[in-house]
Design a protein around this ligand. Structure first.
Ligand code: MF3
Ligand code: CO
Ligand code: CO
Length: 275
């Protein structure tokens, strides 16, 4: 049984398993948080170059977040101590910023989640460092298209499985692996909430999409097999076969006719190259 809960604005919102349905105030809050998140990703473009440390990029995210009157939702989240996740090459997600430097040819995901005015804007993009081999660039392009094909299915009356299927079928047409161990998620006043948004599945299955639902779609696509493992730091997820992995993430709200993407790039830097 799927449970939906109307949010009016006065109630305390908790992880009770229900899918929340929001009104105009929620859309306004998510739009502001999402646009801040996307602005931060836009601003990182000139900084993602060979020789930069991922710590330095994290610092830019922190400074921009605080300057906007927001806080990084990842900070102190389940023991995580940074403002973003930076996942390089075969790192699938949750890469921890460190003194490691980016190298020519790396592909990098940066995932930010400012909490602004009580609402979460969660988005990530891939960046190409210097000259990237064509095989890696193709992975990045296909992963972006996976996300956008998924979002084309985001409208009332469709089901979550329609989004999952659009992503999986396009990825597998390219013989890529779709990661099963991490999902998109409901969000809003909460960072991670119902529903779970899986990136592989059957059309016509899963919860029905209704106006006012907020969730992320964030496919992780591997050149090789789908399997991942977590490193000893307890966070960093890598492909078991060490193949390259890419990810893009948007936060969306279901409208009467389709969806609003809260995290579109104000600068038009949707996918690389960003020049
Ligand atoms: N931003 C990630 C997501 O898309 C979550 C990161 S949680 C962290 O859901 F603790 F690893 F930062
Ligand atoms: Co997310
Ligand atoms: Co994210």
């Amino acid at each position: 049984m799927v449970d939906y809960q109307l949010i009016t604005g006065d109630e305390t919102v908790s992880r009770n398993g229900a899918i929340k349905l929001h009104g105009p105030d929620g859309f306004a809050g998510m739009r502001a948080a999402g646009q801040l998140a996307a602005t931060i990703l836009d601003a990182l473009v000139p900084h993602v170059v060979p020789g930069v440390t991922t710590e330095a990029l994290d610092r830019i995210v922190y400074d921009m977040t605080i300057a906007a009157g927001a806080v990084p939702a990842t900070m102190n989240y389940r023991g995580y101590t940074h403002s973003c996740c930076i996942s390089i090459n075969h790192v699938v997600c949750h890469g921890i910023p460190s003194d490691r430097t980016l190298k020519d040819g790396d592909i990098v995901n940066i995932d930010v989640t400012p909490l602004l005015g009580g609402w979460h804007g969660d988005t990530s993009r891939m960046y190409l460092v210097g000259n990237v081999p064509v095989k890696a660039k193709r992975l990045v392009e296909v992963t972006y298209e996976c996300l956008m094909r998924g979002l084309e299915q985001a409208r009332p009356g469709n089901r979550l499985g329609d989004i999952s299927h659009a992503i999986q079928s396009f990825a597998e047409k390219h013989r890529y692996g779709v990661v099963r161990d991490f999902c998109g998620h409901g969000l809003g006043r909460l960072f991670h909430d119902a529903p779970e948004v899986v990136h592989a599945g059957k059309p016509g299955t899963g919860p029905e999409l209704r106006p006012g639902m907020f969730f992320t779609v964030e496919p992780m696509i591997n050149i090789g097999r789908a399997d991942v493992k977590i490193l000893d730091d307890g966070w960093t997820a890598v492909t078991r076969d060490r193949s390259l992995s890419a990810q893009f993430e948007h936060s969306i709200g279901i409208t009467e006719t389709g969806c609003e993407i809260f995290t579109t790039s104000p600068a038009g830097r949707h996918s690389p190259p960003y020049a």
